[in-house]
Design a protein around this ligand. Structure first.
Ligand code: ZN
Length: 351
């Protein structure tokens, strides 16, 4: 059997492949962020070639690829920090370490599926951390540094799309929003924003707001302060390059948080944006189920959807029905900054 380790770095991915003994079977390959589809094709090729099949291992700090790898029919595992060497501030451990973790320390891995999501095996811990964060979260909501929903006093909702830009799904979402003349907020992953700046630029040009969704979509409790803020700053810089300015709005990947992480973000001038309506489109529950979830929206709701992170065909199919339904209910669609009436724009880029 072959084990592929997929590492992420400041602007690209590295793929290393070892056999069951941990010996390299093909030289490591680097893929620019824009070439992630080619990375997935390479792994599909290995999967057909390797005797005993291929398994891919990613880190808990990489939430960018698992959904796309699974959609391509690949077997995917997640490795967590206790089983890995130390990471750099902005990057995962090398692909070779991830591949070897699979080959030689298989018990340390968690098997991922589309329905389990990227946090399989750690969901109880994830929920405990959210519960532990409640007091700090409430304080930050009171001071305007955390948003879960709007005031609820006017018939408006904020629809948000996470994890892009994606070369296929983001243009499809933008086309639909344009058709219905609806504005939305896109929480972009820095590595994707860096790979597809023109798509974030198009979103901004069409009146949408671009927010920060970290650089690599990590599970936040696994990051140190420097690692978290490094991800935020790298994404802000990519945003400035793509759309001319950055925002102070940040959505934590998976909604994962700790009291410490929330405080680090607030201390860094960031406003954490959560949601009250989760379309659950990430789990591909079917178009009807997505429409039904979003129908629960009320005045001031923040609606979570996804334009990347996996096969978003169901999201694209559900979106016209969602928009028509909310428009029939006379909802106004606003961006997150409009919903909160808080100033969230950072300084314009010089030149
Ligand atoms: Zn996300």
């Amino acid at each position: 059997m072959w084990w592929a380790g997929v590492a992420w770095r400041d602007g690209d991915f590295e793929v290393a492949v070892v056999d069951d003994a941990g010996d390299e079977v093909v030289p490591a390959t680097i893929f620019a962020g824009r070439h992630a589809p080619a990375l997935i094709e390479l792994l599909r090729g290995y999967s057909g070639k390797a005797q005993g099949g291929l398994a891919t291992v990613i880190e808990s700090t990489n939430g960018m690829l698992d959904g796309h790898l699974l959609a391509a029919g690949l077997t995917v595992y997640r490795a967590d920090p206790p089983a890995l060497p130390q990471r750099p501030v902005l990057g995962s451990v090398p692909g070779r370490d991830l591949a070897c973790c699979g080959a030689l320390n298989r018990d340390a891995l968690h098997h991922l599926t589309v329905s389990s999501g990227a946090l399989a095996g750690r969901v109880d811990e994830f929920l405990d951390q959210i519960a532990r964060s409640a007091r700090v979260e409430r304080e930050l909501i009171d001071s305007g540094q955390c948003i879960e929903r709007g005031s609820g006093t006017v018939p408006e909702v904020a629809i948000t799309f996470d994890d892009g830009p994606h070369p296929i799904f983001t243009p499809e979402v933008l086309d639909l929003l344009a058709r219905y003349q609806v504005r939305a907020t896109f929480f972009c992953v820095g590595l994707n924003l860096n790979a597809y700046p023109e798509l974030a630029g198009r979103a901004a040009d069409e009146g949408h707001l671009v927010g920060n969704h970290t650089w690599s979509h990590p599970y936040l409790p696994d990051l140190t302060r420097d690692q978290l803020l490094g991800q935020i700053d790298a994404t802000s810089a990519a945003m400035t390059r793509a759309v001319g300015r950055s925002t102070t709005l940040v959505r934590p990947p998976y909604g994962s948080r700790t009291p410490e992480a929330l405080s680090w973000l607030a201390g860094h001038g960031m406003t954490t944006v959560l949601w009250d309506i989760d379309a659950h489109d990430w789990a591909t529950p079917g178009t009807d189920a997505i429409v039904t979830e979003v129908a629960r929206a009320t005045d001031g709701s923040v609606i979570l959807m996804h334009d990347a992170g996996g096969d978003r065909t169901q999201t694209i199919e559900a979106l016209p029905r969602i928009l028509e339904h909310l428009l029939e209910r006379d909802y106004r669609f606003v961006t997150i900054d409009q919903l909160t009436r808080h100033p969230v724009t950072g300084p314009a880029a010089a030149g």
